[in-house]
Design a protein around this ligand. Structure first.
Ligand code: XIL
Length: 317
C-alpha cells in the first residue's frame, strides 16, 4: 500500500511527486520515489522550464528531463510536464530580448513546438501557461504581457494543441485557493482561451499552503468547482504545507489536519484527477531556501521518516 494505490482505490487517477535528477544519487530517496504504489506520477521540479531546457536560441537540453521521464516509464509511473510559458526561470535571451509581437510570438511557438514535440505522447498533461496572474487578478507584467498583451495566453495554448493533441493542456497558478480576485482572474483566462476556440483542459492549483492557514475543505471544493463548471478537470499540482521553524507536536498535528483537508477536497470533486507533492521529503523541499524561517512542509522528514501528516492522509484514505 502507498498513497498512490490508496488514492486510485478511492477513484482518483494519480498521487505523485516532483522529483529531479539531482535526487537520483540518493538511494534512501529513491527507495521511496521508485515505489509506484507510493507515487504514481512524476513531474520534473525544474528541468523542463524554459531556462534549463532552452538556455540559448534553438539550443535544447533534454538530458535531465529525459532521465526523469525514463525513470517514470521504468517504474510504471505517469509523467506530468511543467512548464512552457512562464515569466520566471527564463533564459536571458527571452527575458532581456528586444521583441516585437511577431518575433516574440515566433519564439514562443518555436519553444513549444520543440519542447512539447520532444515529449509528444509521454505527458499526461502540460502546464502550458504558469503564474500569469497577479494576486489582484490582473495579468502579471511579464515580457509576454508587455509585448503581446493577453494574446500570449491563447497563443500558447493554440501552439500546444497543434503539437500534441494527446496531452491535457493546463493553466497552473498559486493563491487561487486563498484569494478570490485571483481565482476570478483565472476564470477570465479560461474564458479567454475558450472564446478563442482553443482547447484548455485543466486547472492546476499549486497548493503551496501554510499550516493553520490552509483553506477549509468547503472553500477548496467551491473554488475547484468554479473551474469544473467551465468544463475543466482540476488538480492540486504542487502541494506542500509549510510552517514556522522549529515545529512542535501541535503544529505537526495541525499540519496533519491541513493535508487531510486538501486530500478530502480532491476526493469530494469528481473532476479532481490527482495530487502532486512538491517533493515528498523536507530534505529537498524548496521552502526553506525560498521562505527563510519556514520549512517542515513535506510528508516525510529529511531522514525519510513518515511524518504524522503522512499517517493521517494514509488512514483517511
Ligand atoms: C520552484 C522549485 O521548486 C525550486 O527548486 C526553484 O528554485 C524555483 O521553482 N511554482 C512553480 C514551481 O510553478 O515551478 C516552483 O518550483 C515553485 C512555485
Amino acid at each position: 500500500q502507498g498513497l498512490h494505490s490508496l488514492f486510485v482505490a478511492a477513484g482518483k487517477v494519480y498521487f505523485g511527486t516532483a522529483i529531479e535528477t539531482n535526487n537520483f544519487n540518493d538511494s534512501a530517496y529513491l527507495a521511496i520515489a521508485n515505489n509506484k504504489n507510493e507515487f504514481g506520477m512524476y513531474v520534473p521540479e525544474n528541468s523542463q522550464k524554459w531556462g534549463p531546457i532552452q538556455p540559448a536560441p534553438r539550443q535544447f537540453a533534454f538530458a535531465s528531463p529525459d532521465a526523469v521521464a525514463a525513470k517514470a516509464k521504468a517504474n510504471g509511473q505517469m509523467f506530468r510536464c511543467h512548464t512552457l510559458t512562464w515569466h520566471s526561470q527564463l533564459p536571458t535571451f527571452v527575458a532581456n530580448g528586444t521583441w516585437t509581437r511577431d518575433t516574440l510570438a515566433a519564439v514562443i511557438q518555436t519553444h513549444i513546438a520543440n519542447v512539447m514535440g520532444h515529449y509528444r505522447g509521454l505527458c499526461y498533461s502540460w502546464d502550458v501557461v504558469n503564474e500569469a496572474l497577479n494576486d489582484n487578478g490582473t495579468l502579471r507584467n511579464s515580457v509576454f504581457f508587455q509585448t503581446l498583451g493577453t494574446d500570449y495566453i491563447p497563443l500558447s495554448f493554440a501552439a500546444a494543441a497543434l503539437v500534441d493533441p494527446t496531452t491535457k493542456l493546463y493553466y497552473n497558478d498559486f493563491n487561487l485557493e486563498t484569494i478570490k480576485a485571483k481565482a476570478d482572474g483565472a476564470v477570465k483566462i479560461v474564458q479567454l482561451v475558450q472564446a478563442a476556440g482553443v482547447p484548455i483542459h485543466g486547472l492546476g492549483f499549486q497548493a503551496h499552503f501554510r499550516v493553520a492557514q490552509t483553506p477549509s475543505q468547503a472553500s477548496l471544493v467551491a473554488t475547484l468547482e468554479r473551474f469544473t463548471t467551465l468544463g475543466l478537470e482540476v488538480t492540486f499540482s504542487e502541494l506542500d504545507i509549510a510552517q514556522q521553524l522549529p515545529t512542535n507536536d501541535t503544529s505537526l498535528q495541525q499540519q496533519s489536519r491541513d493535508y487531510v483537508t486538501v486530500v478530502a477536497a480532491c476526493l469530494a470533486v469528481p473532476k479532481c484527477v490527482g495530487i502532486t507533492l512538491w517533493q515528498f521529503t523536507d530534505k529537498y523541499s524548496w521552502i526553506p531556501s525560498t521562505f527563510p524561517g519556514l520549512g517542515d512542509a513535506c510528508l516525510f522528514t529529511a531522514d525519510f521518516v513518515k511524518k504524522p501528516a503522512y499517517s493521517a492522509v494514509a488512514s483517511f484514505l
